[in-house]
Design a protein around this ligand. Structure first.
Ligand code: IPM
Ligand code: MG
Length: 369
């Protein structure tokens, strides 16, 4: 059976960057040992205009069958203007939950080639190679009770709930420990256990999984405010950063400052393996829909293109091919080809499409040479 990649370009710059990612994926199916069917479906505002819903029921169901789902971005003024009910079923959070992709991996690499782009000192970010492991199916994003209510005298109250159970923490901790095994092998687990009970539990459970199942992996606990400061002060000290849903969201954007642009960051969200050794996987660039630059052809497609690398690695077990792609990206950056977000003095500003074409050319050159 041919493996299937389901593509949802989505909103804002999503369609522009995903077009380049698909181009790169097609290069692998055409020239390398990878057989795939790639199917694209409208998502979000575009789907709403055509079908009256963010995602058609049959496509929503297919998210569970696809070997990999490549998602562009969602959000923006047009999305905001949709009726409230229309924004609930099939939104990005509903997709993540439906697919049970609780393990969100956000690798952050400092490219030497971009050392002139980051606002941090290049000596501080050089050789940074870390991954944020973000819990994606729980925490305050999904906790009940939630909502807004009038409590009289024109006063309104907003409520959200930060909630985690032992098994939810255990499973994401295991992902982080297993990942650490394949890397330099150090985990920083982030919490705010000095103030909040949920994070006390988080810390206890992570400790317990470490001691019982991964005694050889060094584990440090770090309070979130200090972690944010340390990530800017000396990001090289980090290898695997384990965080809950909201903390992981915030720290992964912060990590974008290390690479120089949020436009560089890919992510993979993975479920557990089922009885047949399959797992669901959703790949998204971290940057989001960037409505302010949508449609201009200037968005950086490298986050989306690097998602293809994660697809090759995590869904098709082709780490060598993933490395080839990373090498191609480096080559393109090295010769100063840049989208505006990463452009500096003597580099050349190119369009989203040109950047995709350049990566494909670099792949061809690398595989021929
Ligand atoms: C991300 C984004 C999303 C999140 C938004 C778009 C809901 O910021 O993937 O980091 O908060 O998870
Ligand atoms: Mg975010």
């Amino acid at each position: 059976m041919t493996a299937e990649v389901l593509v949802l370009p989505g909103e804002g710059i999503g369609p522009e960057v995903i077009a380049e990612a698909v181009k790169v994926l097609e290069w692998f199916t055409t020239y390398r040992d990878l057989e795939l069917s790639i199917r694209s479906e409208p998502y979000g505002v575009e789907a709403y205009k055509r079908y009256g819903t963010l995602i058609r029921d049959e496509v929503f169901a297919d998210l569970l069958q696809a070997d990999a789902v490549l998602f562009g971005a969602t959000g923006g003024p047009e999305f905001d203007a949709l009726p409230r009910e229309a924004k609930i079923s099939g939104n990005l959070l509903a997709i993540r939950k439906h697919m049970a992709v609780y393990a969100n991996l956000r690798p952050v690499m400092a490219y030497d080639e971009l050392s002139d782009v980051t606002s941090l000192k290049s000596s501080a970010v050089q050789n940074v190679d870390l991954v944020v492991v973000r819990e994606l199916n729980g925490g305050i994003y999904f906790g009940e009770p939630r909502g807004r209510e009038l409590i009289g005298d024109g006063i309104e109250r907003g409520i959200n709930t930060l909630i985690y159970t032992t098994p939810e923490i255990e499973r994401i901790a295991r992902v982080a420990f297993e990942l650490a095994h394949t890397r330099r092998g150090h985990i920083h687990s982030v919490d705010k256990s000095n103030v909040l009970e949920t994070y006390k539990l988080w810390r206890d459970v992570v400790d317990h999984i470490g001691a019982d199942e991964f005694p050889d992996v060094p584990l440090s606990h770090i309070i979130v405010d200090n972690c944010a400061m340390q990530m800017i002060r000396d990001p090289k000290q980090f290898d695997v950063i384990l965080a809950d849903n909201m903390v992981g969201d915030i720290l992964s954007d912060l990590a974008g400052a290390i690479t120089g642009s949020l436009g560089m960051l890919p992510s993979a969200s993975l479920s557990d393996y089922d009885g047949n050794g399959r797992r669901r996987a959703l790949y998204e660039p971290v940057h989001g829909s960037a409505p302010d630059i949508a449609g201009q052809g200037i968005a950086n497609p490298l986050g989306a293109i690097l998602c293809v690398g994660l697809v090759l690695e995590h869904s098709f077990d082709l780490p060598g091919e993933a490395r080839l792609l990373k090498q191609a990206v480096r080559k393109v950056l090295a010769v100063g080809i840049r989208t505006p977000d990463i452009q500096t003095g003597n580099s050349r500003a190119v369009s989203t499409k040109d950047m995709g074409d350049e990566v494909v050319r670099a792949l061809t050159r690398l595989s021929n040479g």
